[in-house]
Design a protein around this ligand. Structure first.
Ligand code: NAD
Ligand code: WQD
Length: 339
């Protein structure tokens, strides 16, 4: 496999994966409509990698434009990151989420058929497990019953991919269920910069640290956990990016359908993450403990043994590494990719 179509490749996880792909000798072709990322990412990727990846600014939903990409490039595999990911927005505009997320996945599968591309890696999410019955979560645990339309789109796309694999003998499909990605490339040239006030914890912390936001509210201090705050499985985005290279290697063995959790296997509380950030960067974060946030589960962390057993992949970076790298990115780019 050489040429990899990376949809959503200028986004947070996509851009880090493009770095790993180039490092491992692959030739990524990025498709992104820039609805949640910036063109400047390409300059940064060129600085890090020494080559500028091929780029098409189009929506994956636009089948005719996508057909052109398949005509012009002999694609060996697809990594499908493109999608909208705001849980709150999806509650307000579910139809936008269904048409963008599920719609673009359908277009890709149709074009895979037409152009005889057999391999696809899909960005799924821990959110497909809904309210999990036990910890840590294993891949065979029940999915569905998601707590947002965003989660429902990930679940629907998984079902679509499972049916596709069933009905296409030559298809190789890797569904990767990410837990909570944080951190940034150690160069500080690429990272996460959400538009507006961040919903996610790490960008909120870094924006308090850089002075854009005043104070972090820890959502809930009365959960039945070791310090009362929620537990999540925070994974360094570079570990996650490497997971995609391992998934491509796995697809080369023609496994049919495979599903893996990508996390660290370890739970960290909100307060532990805040304190790790303070220690790693030798600074204080202004925070207060507030009310619980609707829809949060007390704990959510992965069992990642399957990814290790079957692909040889495991996360190697620590929470402290991620805190240091997140701050390195944020402090060097206080306004993200904008000047
Ligand atoms: P991101 O928003 O930074 O990247 C997604 C990219 O897709 C953006 O660059 C956006 O412009 C692009 N995009 C969206 N719709 C498109 C379309 N129709 N056509 C072309 N491009 C389109 O998000 P991310 O954090 O890098 O997430 C990547 C994928 O991983 C998403 O599918 C997301 O749902 C999934 N995921 C993310 C997380 C997380 O916490 N970041 C966790 C689990 C799963
Ligand atoms: C983490 C913890 C909050 C902000 C979300 C999506 C999930 C997946 C990953 C895409 C929670 C607490 C947060 C703040 C806080 N995305 N928190 N103060 O909710 O685990 O998962 O992102 O697939 O689908 O739901 O991540 O970063 O929002 O929250 O205390 O200002 O931090 O309560 O315990 P979450 P998060």
């Amino acid at each position: 496999m050489g040429k990899i179509l990376v949809t959503g490749g200028t986004g947070y996880i996509g851009s880090h994966t493009v770095v790993e792909l180039i490092k491992n000798g692959y030739d990524p072709v990025i498709v992104d409509n820039l609805c949640n990322s910036k063109i400047e990412v390409l300059n940064r990727l060129e600085t890090i990698c020494g080559v500028r990846p091929k780029f098409y600014q189009i929506s994956v939903q636009d089948k005719e434009a996508m057909r052109q990409v398949f005509e012009e490039n002999e694609i060996d595999a697809i990594i499908h990151f493109a999608g909208l990911k705001s849980v709150g927005e999806s509650v307000l505009y579910p139809e936008k989420y269904y048409s963008n997320n599920v719609g673009s996945s359908k277009v890709l599968l149709e074009l895979m058929d037409e152009y005889r591309v057999h391999n696809i890696v899909f960005s799924s999410s821990a959110t497909v497990y809904g309210v999990p019955e036990r910890m840590p979560i294993v891949e065979s645990d029940p999915i569905g019953n998601c707590s947002s339309p965003y989660g429902d789109t990930k679940y629907q796309i998984e079902l679509l991919l499972m049916d596709y694999a069933k009905t296409h003998e030559d298809a190789n499909v890797a569904i990767l269920r990410y837990f909570n990605p944080i951190g940034a490339h150690p160069s500080g040239l690429i990272g996460e910069y959400p538009t507006g006030i961040p919903n996610n914890l790490m960008p909120y912390i870094t924006q308090v640290a850089v002075g854009t936001l005043e104070c972090l509210t820890v959502f809930g201090g009365d959960y039945d956990t070791r310090d009362g705050s929620c537990i999540r499985d925070y994974i360094h985005v570079c570990d996650l990016a490497e997971g995609h290279v391992y998934a491509l290697h796995k697809l080369e063995t023609k496994p049919g359908l495979v599903i893996y959790n990508l996390g660290t296997g370890r739970g960290t509380t909100v307060l532990e993450l805040v304190h790790a950030f303070e220690e790693a960067n030798n600074m204080k974060i202004n925070y207060k403990v507030g009310a619980r946030r609707d829809g949060d589960v007390p704990e959510n962390y992965a069992n990642c043994d399957k990814a290790y057993k079957e692909m040889g992949w495991k996360a190697t970076r620590t929470i402290k590494d991620a805190c240091r790298d997140s701050w390195n990115w944020q402090s060097k780019n206080p306004h993200g990719y904008d000047k």
